[in-house]
Design a protein around this ligand. Sequence first.
Ligand SMILES: C[S@@+](CC[C@H](N)C(=O)[O-])C[C@H]1O[C@@H](n2cnc3c(N)ncnc32)[C@H](O)[C@@H]1O
Length: 393
Amino acid sequence: MERIIELGAAYRESKILLVAAAYNLFDYLEEPRSTLELAKTLKAEPRALELLLNALVALGFIEKTGDRYRNSPEASRYLVSSSSDYLGYWLKHANRGFAKWAKLEKAIFAEPCEEEDRLDFLLALDSIAAKRADELARAVNLEGKRSLVDLGGGSGAYAIAFAQRYRLAATIVELPETASATREILKRKGVAGIRVLEADFLRDDFGKGYDAALVSNIIHFLSEAQNRTLFRRIYDALADDGVVIVHDYILDDSRVAPREAAIFALHMLLSSGGRTYSWSEVEAWLREAGFKRFERIELSESRVVVGRKYYANLRSSPSCAKGKQPASSLTATTLSLSTSMLRRRGERSSLFGTWLTSLPYASGENAGSTTSFFPPALPYKKHLTFSLTPISS
Ligand SMILES: C[S@@+](CC[C@H](N)C(=O)[O-])C[C@H]1O[C@@H](n2cnc3c(N)ncnc32)[C@H](O)[C@@H]1O
């Protein structure tokens, strides 16, 4: 399967090399240069040029140190015009051929190929998403959560996986012009019970009090400013112990890896003017919005950042219930007793789990979950004082 997906997008990698050769880029990279220096020399648009340079690093033709780029040994030998092994004339010829290949269907078929409508687009996404959704839902533990909002949920593949795995009430937010395609796919899959809300997530109200928000393959078509707006709106829409899950092609902070993410940045430049973003960029927006405790997760073909919205002033706010006992006697049983005590009081049991994650021993992928994380006896010797605060205060 992966071979087919790779071959289907292989033209992108080919064009990256052909464009670089056509503009003699490698001739200027025998010495390390920054994007801005190179953009000036080549009369190029700096932001777009940087994406091209990062993709060339991802493909192994150039290297990046700090913010400077230089040729790899292979590029110095084959792609610099003064080299006796120069292949650039051939690549320039191939680049002219690229435009001709774009007309291949016209040379063979009488009718132009079908235009892509919204449903085709969502089906295209779904053919990948449906195969990868379980991996994401397994990787992000939403045990104990009751609701999820999937912003720009598309075919619903990811919302379905989370809803089925954790028995959540899921809401997909989709643009009015796409929502009917979403509903059609849910119908074809025989999935009932997932709400499709027609709204623009950058402008419209999409509800409040969700336990989790999923932002899958969204940030790459938005600008930095739009992503900031989106995460602020998500923060406001989440319950006090809510989590945000950002799933995308997320770059290393060097922005040159993983290879697919560096190449996809150029695809998005051409599609929406967006690009792919790095771990740190995503976390910075989340932090600005108020989220905390970030977790980075690597999946087989994509990456995830999970951020948590803690109850504001959790530790300092006045307590409504207090308990004091030696931590060594705090067992799974006493913890779940405390949880049910909270439930009886009409408060959110998951708040207790959230509070516990701020303690040094409560970390790891189950942090935030009250159901399965805690060992039978906690290895803590000190006395702990815990105070539980109603979420509504
Ligand atoms: C690239 S697709 C991602 C779909 C899905 N989340 C996934 O990971 O497969 C982006 C989706 O976001 C929707 N979308 C784009 N802008 C939106 C907006 N402002 N409000 C709501 N949905 C939006 C599009 O209609 C599209 O279905």
